[in-house]
Design a protein. Structure first.
Length: 267
């Protein structure tokens, strides 16, 4: 839940989620629709399905236990480098550096690194340096502190070096200039917004959770500055590919030429 979503919002959802799915076995045995309905409103719905898939993998392959080892954790659906390290550190107290976007920025600035053309090589270099910084004890608190430092003091918009505890040895202290603001064209609506709106439309229609193409199109037009028609078939197809909706005829042409059947929330 905390991937891409702020803590305050997760605090609202987490207790409800845990009440609905109190253990891995309950989540693993639920159907996709139940999982999507329970996640409704939190956004980035694909995370819900990945979490569901991860629960199934944990039950089937690991006897319902969560592994502590980072490489094994990374084999789970939806678990990348950052999440694997976060689970190992915060859930199991493993001595490892947790490198999210904020920590990455702090490490890059602290060591004065130049970003190379290969993103995974840079990610590995940052992780190695972050490991090097870890203290021998209290390393879990250190991870929390580094994340907070990146979120509150050494932010992407502003480096408050005067109040930073790392300033005495940081290679970039006092030299970070705020990035120029790039203006995005007002009419651009990111694809994830379309996806989220379509999922909200379907989730708002219990008990069948379905709508025709025309109904979705009409609902999207309410309060949206752009005509959804040129984008809608592509976005629906991408939702179907991700297993979030089902479309009886998975034909792009069928959607463009006025598909008459129902588009449903995945079951
Ligand atoms: S001294 Fe400045 S640039 Fe360096 S880590 Fe602290 S806030 Fe960031």
């Amino acid at each position: 839940m905390l991937q891409q979503t702020q803590v305050g919002r997760v605090l609202e959802y987490f207790p409800r989620w845990v009440a609905r799915f109190p253990d891995l076995a309950t989540l693993a045995s639920a159907n996709r629709r139940d999982v999507l309905v329970a996640w409704a409103g939190l956004g980035y719905n694909r995370r819900a399905l990945l979490l569901h898939d991860a629960a199934k993998t944990l039950v089937e392959r690991f006897g319902g236990n969560i592994p502590r080892d980072i490489e094994t954790l990374r084999q789970l659906p939806g678990v990348g480098r950052y999440t694997a390290r976060a689970i190992a550190s915060f859930a199991f107290g493993v001595r490892t550096a947790v490198v999210d976007t904020n920590v990455r920025r702090v490490v890059i600035r602290y060591f004065g690194l130049t970003i190379g053309p290969n993103p995974s090589a840079t990610a590995r270099q940052v992780e190695t340096l972050a490991e090097h910084l870890l203290p021998p004890r209290a390393y879990v608190r250190w991870n929390h502190a580094m994340m907070d430092l990146g979120a509150l003091v050494c932010t992407s918009r502003r480096a408050s070096c005067a109040k930073c505890p790392l300033a005495f040895s940081c290679r970039s202290a006092g030299s970070i200039t705020p990035p120029e603001r790039r203006s995005t064209p007002k009419e651009t609506i990111p694809r994830r917004i379309w996806r989220g709106r379509i999922m909200s439309i379907l989730l708002s229609r219990p008990p069948l959770y379905r709508a025709t193409y025309k109904e979705i199109e009409r609902a999207l037009q309410e309060g949206f500055p752009r005509d959804p028609q040129p984008y809608l078939p592509d976005v629906l197809m991408s939702l179907a590919r991700d297993g979030m909706v089902s479309i009886p005829s998975m034909s792009h042409h069928g959607l463009r030429s006025g598909f008459r059947g129902f588009i449903r929330l995945a079951e």
